[in-house]
Write a protein that binds this ligand. Sequence first.
Ligand code: CDP
Ligand code: MG
Length: 706
Amino acid sequence: MPSFPNNNSPHCTMSHHSKGSSSRKRPARQDIQEQRRALPIASAEKKLVEEVLKNDTLVVIGETGSGKTTQLPQFLHAGGFCERGRIGITQPRRVAAVTVAARVAEEMEVDLGQEVGYSIRFEDTTSAATVIKYLTDGMLLREALLDPLLHNYSVIIVDEAHERTIHTDVLLGLLKAVQKRRKAVKQEPVTETRQFDSSKRTAISKHSENCNQARISHLKLVVMSATLDAEGFSQYFDNARTVYIQGRQYLVDILYTYQPEPDYLDAVLITIFQVHLEEKAGNVLVFLTGQEEIEAVERLLLERSVHLPVGSLKLTVAPIYAALPCNQQMQVFKTTPRGSRKVILATNIAETSVTIPGVCYVIDPGLVKARIFNPRAGVESLSVMPVSKAQALQRSGRAGRERPGKCFRLYTEDTFYKLEDASIPEIKRCNLASVVLQLKALGIDDILCFDFMDKPSSTAIRKSLEHLYILGALTDEGKLSDPLGFQMSRFPVEPLYAKAVIISCEYKCSAEMLGLVAMLSVESIFYQPRGKLEEAKAAKQRFLCADGDHITLVNVLCAYVSEVEKTGNGHVPGKGNSRWCKENFINGRSLRRALDIYRQIERYLPGMGLSTVSCVEEWMLFCRCLTAAFFLNTARRQPDGSYRAMSSGQTVFVHPSSVLFGKKPDCLIYNELVCTTRHYIRNVTRIDSAWLPELASQYFVTKLAA
Ligand code: CDP
Ligand code: MG
């Protein structure tokens, strides 16, 4: 039970960053243009346009919610910057790209996909008319493969730079180089793209040459950040000029628990109801770690809210996370009707990337899900870990954007002071294989000398080169191999999955492998509500394959596709398919997204001379293909019943959610390592160990001999 000191208690910690006047009130129904004019950034329009004109690179710092992401592109558009190319705004998160583009289209009164559009992995709404383009940082890196000097753009805004995602860091290095080269191209209008020439690229180079002639110009760069550590960015860009946007922040009371919470989800629920019953109107923003958790809390909230006392405010729930369909993402921005309170359940996308109006209360368990990579062992895992102080401050700040608010931290004050000051840039804690492959594909061969803002350790770089070499993407000289490495760099999925899809064509099971990769790209396909555990388990039996989780996942997708075909509902959410999902305890949202991803990846095949073929339930072929693709993730049973991961030597356990949990086959292939109390392997399939030296000879002959 969380116990918070009340406001008058001496334990209450008040934040002291109240700026601006608290007398500012927003009329309930404000015209959208009025809302724009009321944003803190509005008065800086002229100055910002001038600064971008004067400086090739500009660093813009401004508090979250001040209007940077939605307004600056519009200012530059009005200032004539779209005459020689597009304005690109990169976002670390898909949700931000989608929701902000929709908002800006609304503000400019155009249809989304016309002047304003977005492009994220597996979804592109832009057209030839698009001049303001929101895209994920990863997508801009992919565009650079086709257009190395990014000639389509006159301005690139790297937004949310403080998040320091791995793609943002690579992008900063790349943009710095592109900027220099575009300047050079101007004096000497010979295409530089030839440098990347290979027989396969002729068409692309020609395309770029045309662009060169059409619009050679300097590339303007704006780096935007919500935190004050601008110096690093400015220094990296040769002491670039920095502009600060004055924000507005009301007082936020910060309340801690007296004791650590043993069950934070339970504490979340109790705190939500406590706020709902005791506090004035105003929306509640809750930070959770992922889709699964959000969905569980959503269900429990709806279940329990029927017991609210008569006459209390109505409680509505709005989830927001990356995999949520676009139309549902926009729901959180809808105005809350009078007499009701909205509870927004968000991942840390609501920390700085998206600002949701009307939030006065923040509930923060202080956790975040992040990827961590151990370069020595070569293992990457997904872990829930404590946030940094900077993140905790950002989160609490979300409560004080429109009026004074409260933040409930579900941990003790002592714990807060023990948090790290800031999180480590992702590039220093992630598997680099994917970005190294992309840099290689961009013609940057010497990764160790690449101008990173924060250099990853040379061990990490070497490990990723080794990983790509073992997968066959690099030659002995460290160049991209032809065709495998080249093809792998084109697929919009992790190198390991890209390779799986490519080789599955040889194994005559590409339909199943595409399905698997799509299913592995989404979270939580099966759900098991409390109280219906047995029913849910029985439902899963219908799809179960005794060989393991991979085939089971493929079975689910196949069953769904035949259901869609049978009911003739097409790929539409709702209707009969949802009933089917419900009956089978399948997460319909995740499944629909998986099917979308399947179709998206499939489109890449014909261009590479590959095609979709099904093994028609000859599962041996598929399992052999799994072995040939994922041999780096093999685990062998030990005499004590545990498993040992062959590449790292680590002791691992089959995850309880696996169909192989409790069965003890001799040798396994797995896809994911999850670290909680133990190292669990998830998505597991039984294989014949005798296949290893045959299907992954270059790796296992040496490994087994050692
Ligand atoms: O980028 P920054 O954090 O400085 O602010 P922004 O994302 O440009 O947000 C400016 C304003 O637009 C905020 O008041 C948001 O609540 C609002 N907004 C919205 O109402 N709907 C969206 N889909 C996106 C932003
Ligand atoms: Mg922003």
